[in-house]
Design a protein. Structure first.
Length: 553
């Protein structure tokens, strides 16, 4: 029934019915458009889904020269290291289609890790070639992988693609960047599924740890050197190639050098590099150095047989032997790549004096983890002391649907450093003191704490009076916890260190999701690896500090 002041063709709002119908039609059209857009986004997401990244822990540390701030801040570092945790995601982002057959089948996880060292060059070390290669190498690899046919996704063609990527990189540098005259060496690791590809150029090195059971029942950790057959003038194969280019080798052993055929007063300590324009082909001459890396492909036999891989640059390899590097990683900082790389870089830097005092020392470590559990989460790692059995207390569950995400109880030591608070009036340290220490000093302090924890546990186990008690894993937890609390009170910059008794440094019950939201992705990674009693690697949070974390329960 129409009202006195309106006709019969209006809606309840007073708007004419034809207008209402027009608005509803537009609304339905907009809703349908949004639905189609959402379906398109879902289809694109499904098409570009890259699966999961490799199941590894990886980190790298560079110290020395510009890398640690001991020189002019405007000076660029001579060494660059690259860590691409999910290479397939990068391929998707840059719209490169990787093969989906052979090695790449079932969206095999892919990771890329590399060092480009401007100290592994023919002439005076410089930063330009290393910086260019670090920024450009992944693009060359993507381009060459995208060209592989369905029947070419195998080890032979992957190796060929890596060699071609080095050649493309060198050609691009020499042709399109005349301003870059220096050179660099490289150590590259490409992990596709469980197959490890390495490409080493110059005097950098890649070391794969091979663990085998010795006569005494303990594991022997042996370094497999993957870049020893190139780059060095003392090698007979390299000398034969150099002779064909008109160059000669002077000196003996590791002190030997290549004499330039057209510039008799110019010498090179390496036979292969990226860049080094004066040593490459030019008008009327032949290339003396080449850019072909030593490439190898190995099938990993699991985290117990192959626990980790290390990439190291020239000053590190000069200062420490392969056995020393592997022993340090396997015994002192097992499954703790950040702390291990920091310790190696520090020791290598301390070993260089005199003319080599400005050397830049860089190491990257890739730890291979146990297979992921069925729900997609990583199986527990073995950082810190040996794995302990699940606690008698039942782990709490979060409020997520199904309550599947377990909470863990954590305590931590927090050490802050002044670089994290640049632009602020002061760093927030315990007792209101400013955080004057550098990041290098902060990491050194936490590595000292980790060594003390390991020593405390080893001494307690070696004590005959306590030998029987260590048959119970809870004794390990008690010893570590007592020492961890002492260290927390001594060095932690967190207010939780002021708590008394067993709650010193206590962060309470934390779920992986909440931990990531509050502290960052690195914290989540730590939480998912630790078992009760274990302590973590050095981890940086989003709050500008470095943490050493112990899982309580």
């Amino acid at each position: 029934m129409a009202g006195q002041d309106r006709g019969g063709n209006e809606g309840f709002s007073g708007t004419p019915m034809w207008k209402v119908q027009q608005q509803m039609s537009a609304y339905r059209a907009k809703a349908e458009e949004d639905r189609l857009k959402q379906l398109a986004v879902q289809a694109q997401k499904s098409a570009t889904d890259t699966g999961v990244p490799p199941n590894v822990l990886v980190d790298g540390v560079a110290l020395g020269g510009a890398a640690c701030g001991s020189s002019d801040k405007k000076e660029k570092p001579l060494v660059r290291h690259v860590i691409v945790k999910d290479f397939a995601k990068i391929a998707s982002r840059f719209k490169y289609d990787l093969p989906n057959t052979g090695i790449f089948k079932d969206k095999a996880p892919i990771g890329l890790y590399a060092i480009f060292d401007g100290q592994s060059c023919a002439g005076i070390p410089g930063p330009a070639a290393a910086e260019f290669c670090a920024r450009s190498f992944h693009t060359k690899v993507l381009q060459n992988f995208a060209r592989l046919g369905p029947d070419q996704a195998n080890e032979i063609f992957i190796k060929a693609a890596l060699i071609k990527s080095f050649e493309d990189l060198d050609l691009d540098l020499l042709t399109n960047h005349p301003e870059i005259t220096d050179g660099c060496g490289a150590a590259v690791c490409l992990l596709i599924g469980d197959i490890l590809f390495t490409a080493v150029l110059g005097k950098c090195e890649a070391l794969l740890c091979e663990a085998s059971e010795g006569l005494d029942g303990r594991n022997d950790n042996l370094p497999l050197q993957l870049g020893m057959r190139q780059g060095r003038p003392e090698l007979p194969e390299e000398q034969q190639r150099l002779k064909l280019s008109g160059a000669t080798v002077v000196g003996d052993g590791s002190a030997s050098q290549v004499q330039h055929p057209r510039l008799p007063s110019t010498f090179s300590p390496v036979t292969r590099s990226l860049g080094d324009r004066a040593w490459k082909a030019s008008a009327g001459g032949q290339a003396v150095l080449n850019c072909s890396p030593e490439v190898q492909g190995l099938s990993l036999r699991g985290h117990e047989a192959h626990p980790f891989l290390m990439l190291a640059n020239v000053p590190v390899m000069v200062a420490m032997s392969p056995n020393e590097l592997v022993d340090l990683a396997a015994n002192e900082f097992h499954m703790q790549p950040r702390a291990c790389c920091g310790e190696i870089a520090t020791r290598a830097l301390e070993a260089h004096t005199g003319a080599a005092a400005s050397a830049q020392c860089t190491t990257v470590m890739v730890c291979f983890l146990p297979p992921r559990e069925g729900d997609g989460k990583r199986a527990p790692g073995v950082a810190g002391p040996e794995a302990a059995p699940p606690p008698s207390k039942k782990a709490k569950l979060d409020a997520a649907p199904g309550g599947r995400t377990k909470s863990v109880r954590l305590r931590h030591i927090l050490v802050k450093f002044h670089e994290a608070f640049e632009g602020r009036e002061q760093g927030f340290a315990q007792g209101g003191k400013k955080a004057y220490r550098s990041r290098q000093e902060a990491e050194s302090q936490l590595r000292r704490a980790m060594k003390e924890l390991r020593k405390e546990l080893a001494d307690a186990r070696a004590d005959p009076k306590q030998a029987k008690e260590f048959k119970d894993f809870n004794k390990d937890i008690q010893v570590v916890t007592k020492k961890f609390i002492e260290l927390c009170r001594e060095i932690s910059d967190c207010e939780t260190a002021l708590k008394g008794g067993g709650v010193c440094g206590d962060l309470g019950w934390v779920t992986p999701d909440n931990g990531e939201k509050k502290y960052g992705k690195n914290f989540r990674e730590v939480m998912e690896l630790l078992r009760p009693g274990q302590w973590s690697d050095i981890v940086q949070s989003d709050h500008g500090g470095l943490h050493l974390v112990q899982r309580i329960a």
